[in-house]
Design a binder for this molecule. Structure first.
Ligand code: URA
Length: 408
């Protein structure tokens, strides 16, 4: 049976619900070995899956754990997910914006993966901030302040946890059917009424082409229909990093600046406004122009920032204690010109090498390290101008300036 199923997928044939259920639950229960699951995942990666197979897989994922029920919390609950990028701290800004407009937000976030950072790691750089709230604590906090950002509870789609860990080490992460069922199962089990997905495309993202992103978007919308959830998607660029900062504490501080209205306009502020607008439009059933006005209003009048502070206080954090390493290295321009491009992937690799992410599963993240860009795409620079600052703890990794900044 096990080999028949792998062979079937290897030949590009469609697997039934029963076959997928047998195989995936067999793996979760320890009856199917890593190498057999790896083989099936690679066959899925190469030959793809039909819509029916993807719907079956999503159901198997959802059914592997608890499904949260927030139906007794009034209002439309809107959730958001990003497929992962470099410098992507949008959740820290948009969740408080949306919650300050009386739309309940329960955001279950993940940790960093590969070169991309995770919201939970970023929040943990706020000393004391708890990311392990129980179901009861989550419900109480949404009732009280409309906003929770916490880690996924152990019982939320346990199948995704084991399959994701295996995909990560078998080069099977960037399969569109597997991404679609992984993300959508978590969003549906997480109890959201409506879901916004930020699909990233570019060298610092899982997907490299707009065609792949369109395909993923179409699939996620179809899965949403099966579960009667409205799904909207935004396809955003991940060839350049988001905003100026990469690294956990630095990114939280940048998000705080945006919430306080003290930040320059960057691609990060623009994306935050775009995503928050979609969420508010979904949560209040209003047109996007109207939603955007509300978003800009709560950013200007400080309500969004106050909502963020309320959440930090409820979850035990203290933003005055956020630490950034005192060891700084200035990176200066070696020639004059215009910054044509800043390579997201290279910066992701550098931040990982600095210790802002994990290379091995058992490593600890250093939340004080990272990179702050002082010049962004389009800036004109003279020889010797400051381009970026590296904040390091132990070592300064090797890097090639010309690979990061394209100045012509
Ligand atoms: N993020 C997820 O949660 N799952 C994927 O498969 C890819 C990105």
């Amino acid at each position: 049976m096990i080999l028949d199923i792998i062979n079937k997928k290897r030949l590009g044939e469609e697997l039934s619900y029963q076959e997928l259920d047998y195989f995936f639950n067999g793996y979760l229960n320890g009856e199917i070995a890593d190498y057999q699951m790896s083989s099936l995942l690679m066959a899925i990666c190469i030959n793809g899956m039909s819509d029916e197979e993807i719907f079956s897989l999503t159901k198997i994922f959802i059914d592997s754990g608890d499904v949260l029920d927030f139906s007794d919390i009034p209002g439309i609950k809107v959730d958001k997910h990003s497929t992962g990028g470099i410098g992507d701290k949008t959740t820290l800004v948009i969740a408080p914006i949306v919650a300050s407009l009386e739309i309940p937000v329960v955001k279950m976030s993940g940790r960093g993966l590969g070169y991309t950072g995770g919201t939970i790691d970023k929040l943990e750089s706020i000393p004391g901030f708890r990311v392990d709230l129980s179901d009861e604590e989550i419900i109480k906090q949404v009732h009280d302040i409309n906003l929770v950002i916490t880690g996924q509870t152990a019982d939320l789609v346990p199948m995704d946890k084991v399959i994701y860990a295996l995909r990560d080490v078998t080069a099977t992460v960037s399969s569109i059917p597997l991404i679609a069922s992984s993300i959508m199962s978590k969003k549906i089990a997480g109890g959201a009424d409506k879901i916004l997905i930020d699909i990233k495309v570019g060298n610092g993202a899982l997907l490299q082409t707009k065609e792949e992103a369109d395909k993923l978007s179409e699939l996620m919308i179809k899965i949403g229909k099966v579960y009667h959830r409205e799904v909207r998607t935004i396809i955003s660029d991940m060839n350049v990093p988001l905003g100026k900062c990469i690294g956990n504490s630095l990114e939280v501080l940048e998000a705080i600046d945006v919430l306080k209205g003290q930040s320059d306009k960057t691609n990060f502020t623009e994306l935050c406004i775009e995503l928050a607008t979609e969420m508010v439009s979904m949560g209040k059933n209003i047109a996007e122009v109207e939603a955007k006005k509300l978003v800009l209003e709560v950013l200007e009048n400080g309500k969004a920032y106050n909502k963020f502070l309320e959440m930090v206080e409820k979850q035990g954090g203290n933003i005055n204690k956020i630490k950034v390493s005192k060891n700084e290295l200035e990176i200066k321009a070696e020639s004059a010109g215009i910054v044509k491009d800043i390579n997201a992937l290279e910066l992701g690799k550098l931040s990982l090498a600095l210790g802002a992410g994990k290379i091995n599963k058992d490593e600890k993240i250093d939340c004080t390290v990272g990179i702050k860009l002082e010049k962004l795409v389009g800036a004109s620079v003279k020889k010797g101008d400051l381009l970026a600052k590296l904040y390091f703890s132990k070592n300064i990794p090797d890097y090639k300036l010309e690979k990061i900044f394209n100045i012509r």
